[in-house]
Write a protein that binds this ligand. Structure first.
Ligand SMILES: *Cc1c(COP(=O)(O)O)cnc(C)c1O
Length: 223
């Protein structure tokens, strides 16, 4: 059953890549596995999914321990408290949710090696959501260049919730434009755009996503 779900998502992802004239290898499928037990993650791993993202540090650490015998590429995709940073460094390859200087400072201070991160942008400018305001992004990016143990690989967003994936398209396009502007302003290449979830990942791929974060479609509804 897990393999069937993965195959369905994989097929849709492939078609979206074709429509967009992109190669399937350009997009990482990340299983957003919050509330999914370790043994289900193991099933999906056996089906061929190897990148998973967690939102809560305690829950992540339990699964990390339980699944140490297999080679999972773990990402951290949720809000991160500075005092918990030390627990995940060295265990996650990418933190998607860097959104403030205090967190950057803590990562920089604690990291034994360079930690890859994405800047989360509050693309819908919602007061309830984390993320850097779009108009603060350039100054924030510039400031982060001071931190030697931190490498920014791109941007991440969670656009305002909507039933209609087409309504998310302008937000995805805006995130891509922000990334391109950063690249030309700072003469850098930022390889990643983490955007698109179960309801809208195909539109996100059409707008340039390089990481789609899928929970519900793979693992079912969360309780
Ligand atoms: C839960 C979560 C997802 C996956 O959401 P679905 O709609 O279940 O696919 C993606 N990104 C983040 C940051 C999440 O917290």
């Amino acid at each position: 059953m897990s393999c069937e779900k993965l195959r369905e998502v994989e097929e849709r992802l492939q078609k979206a890549c074709e429509r967009a004239g992109r190669k399937r290898e350009e997009v990482i499928l990340l299983g957003a596995s919050k509330s999914v037990p370790a043994e289900r993650i193991r099933e999906f791993y056996a089906c061929g999914l190897s990148t998973f993202g967690e939102n809560r540090v305690q829950e992540f650490l339990k699964k990390y321990q339980a699944l140490k015998d297999i080679v999972i590429d773990w990402h951290f995709i949720g809000r991160l408290q500075s005092n918990k940073v030390k627990y995940i460094l060295g265990k996650v390859s990418l933190i998607h949710s860097l959104d403030r200087d205090s967190l950057a400072q803590e990562i920089n201070k604690r990291a034994g090696a360079v930690q890859d991160v994405l800047i989360e942008v509050n693309i819908g400018e919602e007061t309830t959501k984390g993320g850097v305001a779009p108009e603060e992004l350039f100054a924030f990016y510039q400031h982060l260049l001071n931190y030697k143990n931190l490498r920014v690989l791109g941007l991440m967003c969670v656009p305002p919730y909507t039933e209609d994936p087409e309504k998310a398209r302008p937000y995805f396009a805006k995130l891509r434009e922000l990334k391109e502007k950063l690249e030309s302003e700072f003469l850098v290449k930022l390889p990643h755009l983490s955007m698109g979830m179960s309801a809208d990942f195909e539109v996100a791929v059409e707008e340039g996503a390089t990481i789609v974060r899928i929970g519900t479609l793979l693992f079912g509804e969360r309780r």
